[in-house]
Structure formats: structure tokens, C-alpha cells
Design a protein around this ligand. Structure first.
Ligand code: SF4
Length: 260
């Protein structure tokens, strides 16, 4: 199905059964000034304290010296990413360089969606890693995650992300299962999470783009902690223009694989 067909179906689904959305886009600062203070330390504390299954520790200990070296380098940099609007680049300088990587057959792309932009009516539930992405389902048809699933390129693992530990464990597991592959990622998250856990991604040696969410984002530690436990009454969104950029990246990977 092409994008035009998808959008027509989405319009029909909206007429039949409109899902709850944001009535207005709230103007929220990405990270509250109080939360910004000592954020790297708060992030590290959260990672260690909530690593109940030990997946992050085990992943770290698989290559302790390599991980420690990368982690310290990332910590010492003013920011763990380079930013262009809603796109945050990790281990890659800009979009063009990332597009080159997308065409590399030795890569595995992780396409991750933060659970907080799943619709309230999501048939798979919000605080889960599951996603039905059924184009015939009226909710999925109005959901950006459902739309993105129509354009999943080759060699891509897609997943919804309930917690930071969940995605951390997945990345380490994929690295272990595919040692010959370079892991790339495109992951949606709010600015605070993209800032808090960029060092962790850099430590794992993965390269990719964080897609900034707007809407009812978490911008305080309290809101973040509640969200990580499944309490997220607000809805976040990928802005329309950013949706277009994200889909273009997925299509770019498909195009480059077709040519190869
Ligand atoms: S596409 Fe996935 S996330 Fe979106 S509504 Fe359907 S099941 Fe939920």
C-alpha cells in the first residue's frame, strides 16, 4: 500500500471511529530547569537502580573496557548527540551520513516507538512492547506507528518501548545475536529521554537518530519515573513534518537495498 492509499483509509477510519487526540499542542519546555541540574548523574542512578533483571549490567560486562571507554568519552562531551530540529544524531554527524549507513547491508536497523505515542485506544495496550499494526483496524489506521509499519525496510527490527531498560536489554541482545551486524537505530522519544540516555547508546556503540516527540512529554524526573512505571495520562505525538522525515528514512533504506 502506498502512502496516499494509507492516508485515504486513515481518513475513512477517522470518520467511522475517531480516536482521542490532542486538542491543542501544549507548549512545554523539553526539560525543566530544575530537572536539568545533574541530569547525567540522575540518568546513571536510574539505570543502575532500576536494572532489576540485570540486563544492562550483563550487557555492559560483556565488553567492560570497551563500554567504559565509550561511556566516559560520551560523558565528557557537552552533549551525547548533535541536533537538527527534531532529529538527534548519535555517533553520526548528520542525516546524509546516516542515509549512507542505511544502505549498508551489514547493518540491522532497530525501529523503536516510545509507548507514550500509542493511542489511548490501542488494541495492543499502551504500556506494552506489543503492536498489532493491523491496517484494517480503525485505531491502527489512524496511528502513526501503524503507518510507519507499512514502510518497514529490509533488515529491520521494529518494537514499541515501554521502558528504557527494555530497549537497553533489546539492543544488547541484538548485538549478541548478530555479532557480525552493525546496529543502527531510529527511535522516537521525548527530549528528556534522548538527553538522559544518549550516553548509554554511545556506550553500546550504536549509531542512529532519536526522533523528538512533542505533545504531553515528560520534562521532569517525577513525570519520567511515573511514565517508566506505566503511568502516562498524556499523549505525545511525532509532529507532521517530522513524521515525513522519519518515513523518508525508512523509504531510503528500502530504496538503497533494492538498488544493491
Ligand atoms: S499500530 Fe500498534 S501502536 Fe498503533 S494502535 Fe495499532 S497496535 Fe497500537
Amino acid at each position: 500500500m502506498n502512502e496516499e492509499e494509507w492516508d485515504k483509509g486513515a481518513l475513512l477510519a477517522r470518520q467511522k471511529m475517531p480516536i482521542k487526540g490532542l486538542k491543542i499542542l501544549p507548549q512545554m519546555v523539553g526539560i525543566s530547569p530544575e530537572t536539568r541540574k545533574g541530569l547525567k548523574w540522575k540518568s546513571l542512578k536510574w539505570i543502575i537502580q532500576e536494572d532489576k533483571k540485570g540486563a544492562i549490567r550483563k550487557g555492559f560486562l560483556r565488553h567492560p573496557f570497551k563500554h567504559l571507554g565509550r561511556f566516559v568519552r560520551s560523558l565528557l562531551a557537552p552533549l551525547p548527540y548533535k541536533r537538527e530540529g527534531d532529529l538527534f544524531f548519535y555517533g553520526v554527524p548528520h542525516e546524509e551520513a546516516f542515509k549512507e549507513l542505511l544502505g549498508d547491508p551489514s547493518t540491522l536497523l532497530v525501529l523503536g516507538f516510545s509507548y507514550c505515542h500509542k493511542p489511548f485506544e490501542c488494541p495492543s495496550g499502551r504500556f506494552t512492547e506489543d503492536c498489532l499494526h493491523d491496517p484494517e483496524n480503525n485505531v491502527c489506521r489512524q496511528c502513526f506507528i501503524g503507518k510507519a509499519h507499512q514502510f518497514i525496510p529490509p533488515q529491520t527490527v521494529s518494537l514499541c518501548i515501554p521502558t528504557i531498560h527494555h530497549i537497553g536489554a533489546k539492543i544488547f541482545a541484538l548485538q549478541e545475536a548478530h555479532p557480525q551486524k552493525k546496529i543502527l537505530f531510529i527511535i522516537t522519544a521525548c527530549e528528556m529521554t534522548l538527553t538522559m540516555f544518549g550516553d548509554l547508546g554511545n556506550m553500546a556503540g550504536i549509531q542512529g537518530i532519536g526522533i523528538r516527540l512533542d505533545g504531553r512529554i515528560c520534562n521532569t524526573m517525577k513525570a519520567f519515573e511515573l511514565s517508566e512505571k506505566g503511568t502516562k495520562p498524556g499523549l505525545t505525538v511525532v509532529l507532521d513534518e517530522t513524521q515525513g522525515k522519519m518515513l523518508a528514512l525508512l523509504k531510503e533504506r528500502s530504496k538503497r537495498f533494492q538498488k544493491a
